[in-house]
Design a protein around this ligand. Structure first.
Ligand code: HEC
Ligand code: HEC
Ligand code: HEC
Ligand code: HEC
Length: 485
């Protein structure tokens, strides 16, 4: 689930979210459900950037609670579940009713998670064993041993206590296939880690392997009978048809709304408020970002091109979803978040020059900045009149309004692709040639799946097309001006 309580908001497959999942589970005719999850549940990445730690911890707590509310029974952790360290992980799961299992992951200092559990439900005894991958980087205070050896040891005894035996793993599909071949007696493997989308389960001997994509996009439903037949599985996409009805939030809907409020409070409280913002001396070497207002002064052609691209509009979708104070989202929809020379306050996405000598700069939040960015995109030239602050009735030419802005960290802009400009044009730290990989920090597999092949590799032909849409034009040479007179 990668820490997500809500659908991702991406353009393709905006599936997922705990609200939809809870509606789907409530709709199931059979109420004797056993819910398992294969890990990388709590966090999107590991290690977690410093600036996101507090927010991530809060979010993980809410997600785990939401998992409990929907009745999840078992989770096998993935490496990303340790993004905030083993101690933080243990604190979180101690407060939860959900069972975390891992037979082959131990603390170097002693015991860790139980290997297995038996759940009796609907008249069937279901044995569940947890296994993790050996070649995955686990935190240094943990030790991983062979998954196959652990299974060979645990399966026979667990089998004698259960009617159906499930192994939930976090090791990837290839390893799951090896496991099924090496260890007899497993009815079902529910896999994760490789983020495979198995529309048809893989059948290895008597073992059936399931994996249902990632990010809570699909829920895989497998009917259990004793003996297990391997028939009649279903993959249900968590799409908008499972949303709460407009204006009528479910219990989970209210819970998710409370979570968003808490995130806003956290980031709001922690950060500088109005008139406390100070922009560092622009000459200082550590002040490495110009932001687009700086570049626009000299590179008019490229600025005019960029301001009409979708990058220049990247703040708006966050407003629509009321996620503009969420640092995780802002990280990819702006420049310089968390950088010592960048910004950290969600309430100062731009800073205006002080109006009087000796005063501090005036910060603009997303709700103030976004309408200006929209007018900027729509302006026909630098002379078009636009308004900067909502409380100002006077509109002024775009060029004059830009001159009032000291920095604007939102939206996605020049220095996301050309690197921080530092003392450019006087000494070079920007790049003209935008590296092939420059896009992947944001256009990740999770966020832009259509940029990747089904095997998860960058789709370079597709990316070349995408690149054309954002490649800045060259500045017309002075000689062509001469020709025109
Ligand atoms: C004070 C004017 C000025 C500012 C501000 C400025 N540039 Fe430049 N830039 C230039 C000049 C002059 C050149 C050409 C000389 C050179 O190649 O270094 C240039 C060259 C470039 C090039 C390479 C183009 C080529 O043909 O080699 C890129 C890319 C670039 N700038 C990006 C930026 C970005 C991004 C910003 C804002 C972060 C920025 N510049 C800010 C003046 C400026
Ligand atoms: C700092 C993060 C970031 C970087 C770096 C970045 N993008 Fe984007 N890109 C975004 C976001 C966010 C959007 C969505 C903007 C919107 O529609 O509101 C987007 C949208 C786009 C779109 C329009 C949607 C689509 O897929 O057709 C294209 C094209 C695109 N980016 C190309 C690129 C290319 C090529 C690169 C690398 C040279 C790149 N981007 C680098 C964040 C980034
Ligand atoms: C890892 C970087 C990354 C993070 C984190 C991120 N986004 Fe995005 N977002 C993107 C990129 C890249 C695109 C463009 C993808 C595409 O169109 O293929 C995008 C597109 C979007 C879009 C669609 C834009 C449009 O015009 O239709 C929405 C909505 C959105 N993001 C919301 C969010 C929200 C809400 C969050 C936080 C919960 C978030 N994003 C976090 C990178 C990111
Ligand atoms: C999404 C990535 C992206 C963004 C954002 C972006 N550029 Fe570019 N820019 C490119 C690419 C790609 C090229 C072509 C160079 C190359 O192919 O590597 C380019 C080329 C340039 C050039 C050289 C043009 C030439 O051929 O002489 C300048 C100057 C430049 N950009 C400035 C800017 C400025 C200023 C901004 C912000 C207003 C900006 N860029 C925003 C990707 C980007």
């Amino acid at each position: 689930m990668l820490g997500e309580l809500e659908p991702c908001g991406c353009r393709s497959n905006p599936y997922g979210g705990m609200i939809r999942k809870s509606h789907l589970l409530k709709r199931q005719e059979d109420k004797d459900l056993i819910l398992v999850d294969g890990g990388d549940l709590l966090y999107p990445t590991t290690p977690m950037p410093q600036i996101l730690k507090k927010q991530a911890e809060l979010q993980a707590g809410y997600l785990l609670k939401a998992m409990e509310m929907t009745g999840h029974d078992v989770v096998v952790p993935g490496e990303r579940d340790f993004a905030l360290g083993t101690a933080s992980f243990e604190k979180l799961i101690k407060a939860s009713k959900i069972k975390f299992l891992a037979a082959n992951l131990k603390k170097k200092s002693g015991t860790f998670l139980p290997a297995s559990t038996v759940i009796k439900r609907g008249g069937i005894r279901v044995g569940i064993l947890g296994l993790v991958g050996e070649s995955i980087p686990w935190p240094s205070d943990l030790k991983v041993t062979s998954a196959i050896a652990a299974a060979k040891k645990e399966v026979p005894e667990l089998k004698s206590k259960s009617d159906v035996l499930i192994v939930v793993t976090h090791q990837g599909l290839d390893e799951d296939v090896k496991l099924a071949k090496a260890v007899p007696g497993i009815d079902i493997i529910v896999g994760a880690h490789s983020q495979s989308f198995l529309q048809m389960p893989a059948q290895i001997g008597k073992t059936t392997i399931y994996q249902s994509s990632y990010r809570n996009q699909y829920v895989g439903i497998v009917p259990l009978h004793s003996p297990f037949s391997g028939k009649g599985h279903e993959l249900v996409g968590l799409d908008a048809s499972l949303d709460d009805p407009e204006g009528k939030p479910s219990k989970m809907g209210e819970f998710v709304a409370e979570f968003k409020k808490k995130i806003t409070e956290l980031n709001d409280k922690e950060e500088v408020r109005l008139n406390q913002v100070e922009v560092k001396n622009p000459e200082a070497p550590e002040n490495k970002f110009h932001t687009f207002v700086g570049c626009a002064e000299c590179h008019r052609t490229q600025f005019d091109f960029w301001r009409k691209t979708s990058h220049a509009k990247a703040l708006h979708p966050l407003l629509k979803d009321k996620q503009f104070q969420n640092k995780e989202c802002l990280g990819c929809h702006s420049v310089g978040l968390g950088d010592p020379a960048g910004f950290s306050s969600v309430n100062a996405l731009a800073v205006l020059h002080p109006t009087e000598e000796g005063k501090k700069g005036v910060p603009l939040g997303a709700e103030e900045l976004a309408p200006f960015l929209k007018e900027m995109a729509e302006a026909s030239s630098m002379d078009s009149k636009v308004t900067l602050k909502r409380d100002e009735s006077e509109s002024q030419p775009l060029s004059m309004q830009l001159a009032r802005i000291e920095k604007s960290w939102a939206p996605v802009q020049c220095e996301n692709c050309h690197n921080p400009a530092k003392s450019h044009p006087f000494s070079g730290s920007y790049t003209k040639v935008v590296e092939k990989n420059a896009c992947f920090k944001c256009h990740s597999k999770e966020r832009a799946p259509e940029w990747y092949t089904t095997a998860g590799q960058p789709d370079w032909d597709k990316i070349a097309q995408k690149r054309k849409l954002i490649t800045c034009p060259a500045t017309p040479s002075p000689s062509s001006d001469d020709k025109s007179g």
